[in-house]
Design a protein around this ligand. Structure first.
Ligand code: ADP
Ligand code: MG
Length: 451
């Protein structure tokens, strides 16, 4: 290992000059050499956790391999493994404080908070799929390194994809390991209400003390802050106080921080940490979610029935769960087996509603075509004139924002592949971030389509 460590020192020096500062601090500086096999030319590098391992693997693997081959004059294949702490410990102070350094939560608030956090929303009960694996890895890292790994941690994604579950899994895990930790979990709407109440009752001091004393602040559905000037301002200060004290902040929203329509200074704070998207799960993951939910129930449905449900309901896992409940209740009531035919009949409405979602993309396409004064057929055609391409991208973006459909499904509706939709959504987002007029145009279209 001595040899391994020495050459890694040279590689690291080279890398430090080629990588931007943020990536270096967050991901590369903590790499430690674990083992090297000179015969097979394999090198194992240890990093903090699986998330960092995955991230480095997809972003920096080839650069690192290049640097190694320069230093060693020989090519090595590298593998990243999680679970290795950097040699030099972070200097930040530990975040969950020991008993005597904070004012404990009042019993009332504590009980109220404990009731809010659902005991079944744990990491163990959360099924990992391609749609959420990076997000879960990041959430676990946040939990293990409160306030020091990613702060804030921002989760975003469509309705019913598990954002609340994941936030509460973090809370549950922290409570398990630090039973005295002060946790505040609220939706932004609740935060707004508590703030308004505090203003009315002249109790802002107590309000501030409460929130600025938290070890872990989780705010769900951050999008409701949009347009609430007074309370977002208050939240901004709460955020700064907690962040300065290295207390962990976790946020969830149905859109990216940039698409919420919050003040720039708040959005730029969100950029300090890590944002991770949860996508719609694929079929296998949906089946696994149903199976997971079934574990705690006495009634078990056949794989065939579970498969039917999972293949017809793809966008919202809450709908998936309620379909399961309908079926199990029927089995309990009738005392007979659930067949595919009976399930089909019982869930007819739910399935039809799901199918109707596809029409929404139709609807969006029609409206966007009208708005930009082009033909509907052009939206799904391969034509490339700028105005058509632009309208089409807006249509793709709105379809992604306003339906719960996955990229591949939207792709089908636009006669394109999944990557094109990802690219379009990204392009529109970037344009919105830069261009105020464009942002209000999109807001207007959104409002119309939603109304
Ligand atoms: P969101 O907050 O994103 O709207 P929720 O966290 O409320 O979604 O999730 C809706 C339901 O679906 C919850 O009951 C949750 O447990 C379940 N769910 C979503 N994704 C998963 C998953 N990957 N594994 C297990 N359950 C999931
Ligand atoms: Mg939620």
């Amino acid at each position: 290992m001595g040899e391994c460590a020495r050459f890694w020192y040279d590689v690291k020096n080279q890398l430090a000059q080629k990588v931007d500062e943020d990536s270096w601090d967050s991901y590369l500086s903590g790499i430690v050499p674990v083992s090297i096999n000179e015969e097979t030319c394999e090198l194992v590098l240890g990093v903090l956790n699986d998330f960092v391992a995955l991230w480095l693997d997809s972003n920096y693997k080839s650069l690192i391999e290049d640097e190694i081959s320069t230093v060693k004059s020989k090519a090595y294949a590298i593998t990243f493994v999680g679970g290795y702490k950097p040699e030099i410990e972070a200097t930040e102070k530990p975040v969950v404080r020991t008993h005597n350094t904070y004012v404990p939560q009042t019993t009332k608030i504590r009980v109220e908070q404990n009731l809010r956090i659902r005991p079944d929303f744990t990491f163990d009960n959360f099924v990992i799929g391609n749609n959420n694996k990076l997000c879960v890895a990041a959430a676990k890292s946040v939990t293990q390194h409160l306030g020091t790994s990613y702060n804030p941690f921002f989760v975003y994604g469509g309705v019913g994809l598990g954002k609340t579950h994941l936030l509460q899994a973090i809370a549950n895990d922290v409570l398990k390991h630090h039973p005295h930790a002060i946790i505040e979990y609220h939706t932004s709407e609740e935060f707004v209400n508590l703030y308004v109440e505090a203003v009315q009752n002249n109790s802002l001091v107590a309000f501030r003390k409460r929130f600025r004393n938290a070890d872990l602040l989780l705010i769900d559905d951050v999008q409701f802050f949009s347009g609430k000037v007074g309370s977002s301002e208050e939240f901004f200060h709460t955020f700064n106080t907690l962040h300065n004290a290295h207390r962990q902040i976790v946020l969830a929203s149905d859109r990216t921080p940039h698409d919420i329509g919050l003040e720039d200074r708040l959005v730029s704070r969100f950029d300090w940490g890590l944002s991770a998207e949860i996508l719609a799960p694929e079929l296998e993951t949906r089946v696994a979610i149903l199976k997971k939910k079934q574990e705690t129930q006495t009634v078990k449905l056949s794989d065939e029935v579970l498969f039917l449900v999972a293949s017809r309901i793809e966008s919202n896992m809450r709908t998936l769960e309620s379909a399961l409940t309908i079926l199990t209740m029927n089995v309990s009531a009738l005392g007979s087996e659930m067949t595919v035919e009976l399930a089909e009949e019982l869930l007819k409405n739910k399935f039809e509603n799901e199918a109707a979602r596809m029409l929404t993309v139709d609807h969006i396409q029609k409206h966007v075509a009208d708005h930009f004064d082009i033909k509907l057929a052009d939206i799904i055609s391969k034509k490339r004139p700028q105005n058509i391409a632009h309208a089409r991208m807006v249509g793709m973006y709105l379809s992604r924002q306003l339906t719960d459909l996955s990229y591949p499904v939207i792709g089908e509706a636009f006669n394109r592949n999944h990557a094109t939709i990802v690219h379009a959504v990204d392009t529109i987002r970037k344009k919105m971030a830069k261009d105020e007029t464009f942002r209000s145009k999109i807001a207007m279209l959104t409002k119309y389509l939603k109304g």
